[in-house]
Design a protein around this ligand. Structure first.
Ligand SMILES: [Zn+2]
Length: 282
C-alpha cells in the first residue's frame, strides 16, 4: 500500500499514462485504415494512384517494391480475337497480342488463403485473375470473396482438377459446368474464362467450355514456380508485353504467395512493364 500523501499524485500519473495510451491507440487505429478510404472522392482523385498521400511509407514500399506500380493503360479497343479451332469454339490463348506494356497475373487452384495477399491486392490495386478449383478451395470461398471485393476477378478451373484431355465429353462438361454453377452462386458472377488443369485439353474440352458459356480458354506462357523463379513454355525466357503468368499455389516448400508476388512484380518492373487486367483484353 502507498502512503496516503502519495495517493493523489499516483492518481494523476495514472490518468496521464491512461491518456497517453489512449492517444497512442487512436493513432494506431487511424494508421491501420486505408488512407484512401478516409479521403473524400474529390481529394482521392488528386492522389497519385498506388501512392496514398497521407501514409508515412507508400504502399509499394510496404510490399517490397522500389518504385510505384504504374496503372495499366486504358484499353480503348480489345485486340482482335485469337483464332479458334472451329466454329463455336472458344479461342485458346497463352498470351495477349498487345503492344501495351502489361503482363497479366493469374493465380491457380486456390490453396493458399493468406489474408496478407488480400491486403497486397487492395493496397497495390493489383488487377489479378483467380482460377479456382472447388475441391482445392474447400471451405475457403470467403477468402476469395474478399479478394473479389478488392478488385480480383474469379474464373473457372474445374470442380476437381483432373487432367481433362482424353476424358469423355460428359465428364469434362460436368467438371466445367459444375464449377461454373458453383462460382456463379458463390460470387454472383458468371466466369468468362476457363483454365484447364495442367494446361492440357482436347476438342471435347473446347466444346464443353463453349457449352458451359465460357468465351476463352486461358493457358500461360510464363509460370511462377514455388521458389519464385519464372519458367517459360516457349519463346524468349523473359517477360514480354501481353504475357500471361500463371502463379501456382499450394507449394509448401516455396516462398509465400505474397513473397512470390513481390518477386514477380519486381521482375515486371525491371522489364519496364506493369500489370494489366486480363478481362479488359479478352
Ligand atoms: Zn491448377
Amino acid at each position: 500500500m502507498l502512503p496516503r500523501a502519495l495517493a493523489p499524485r499516483r492518481a494523476r500519473v495514472l490518468t496521464l499514462v491512461a491518456g497517453l495510451l489512449g492517444l497512442a491507440l487512436l493513432a494506431g487505429c487511424a494508421q491501420s485504415v486505408d488512407p484512401i478510404e478516409r479521403l473524400s472522392k474529390k481529394a482521392a482523385q488528386r492522389v497519385r494512384p498506388h501512392e496514398p498521400a497521407t501514409s508515412a511509407e507508400p504502399a509499394y514500399r510496404r510490399w517490397g517494391l522500389a518504385l510505384p506500380l504504374p496503372p495499366a493503360p486504358r484499353v480503348r479497343a480489345r485486340p482482335p480475337a485469337a483464332r479458334t479451332a472451329g466454329p463455336g469454339l472458344p479461342p485458346v490463348v497463352d498470351r495477349v497480342r498487345t503492344r501495351d506494356r502489361v503482363v497479366f497475373l493469374t493465380y491457380d487452384d486456390g490453396a493458399e488463403q493468406d489474408p496478407r495477399f488480400v491486403d497486397m491486392v487492395r493496397e497495390l490495386r493489383l488487377p489479378v485473375s483467380l482460377f479456382l478449383t472447388d475441391s482445392v478451395v474447400g471451405p475457403g470461398y470467403g477468402h476469395f470473396a474478399r479478394l473479389q471485393a478488392v478488385g480480383a476477378r474469379v474464373q473457372n478451373h474445374t470442380l476437381d482438377h483432373p487432367a481433362l484431355r482424353g476424358l469423355p465429353y460428359a465428364g469434362q462438361r460436368a467438371e466445367i459446368c459444375g464449377q461454373q454453377d458453383k462460382l456463379t452462386s458463390r460470387f454472383g458472377i458468371r466466369p468468362r474464362f476457363f483454365r484447364p488443369p495442367y494446361g492440357t485439353y482436347d476438342t471435347n474440352t473446347l466444346r464443353a467450355a463453349a457449352d458451359c458459356g465460357l468465351s476463352a480458354v486461358v493457358r500461360w506462357r510464363a509460370s511462377l514456380e514455388g521458389g519464385g523463379t519464372l519458367t517459360y513454355t516457349y519463346g524468349e525466357p523473359r517477360l514480354r508485353p501481353g504475357d500471361i503468368v500463371s502463379v501456382a499455389s499450394g507449394e509448401s516448400t516455396g516462398l509465400t504467395l505474397v513473397k512470390r508476388t513481390t518477386r514477380l512484380l519486381r521482375e515486371t518492373q525491371e522489364r519496364g512493364l506493369t500489370v494489366g487486367r486480363l478481362e479488359d483484353y479478352l
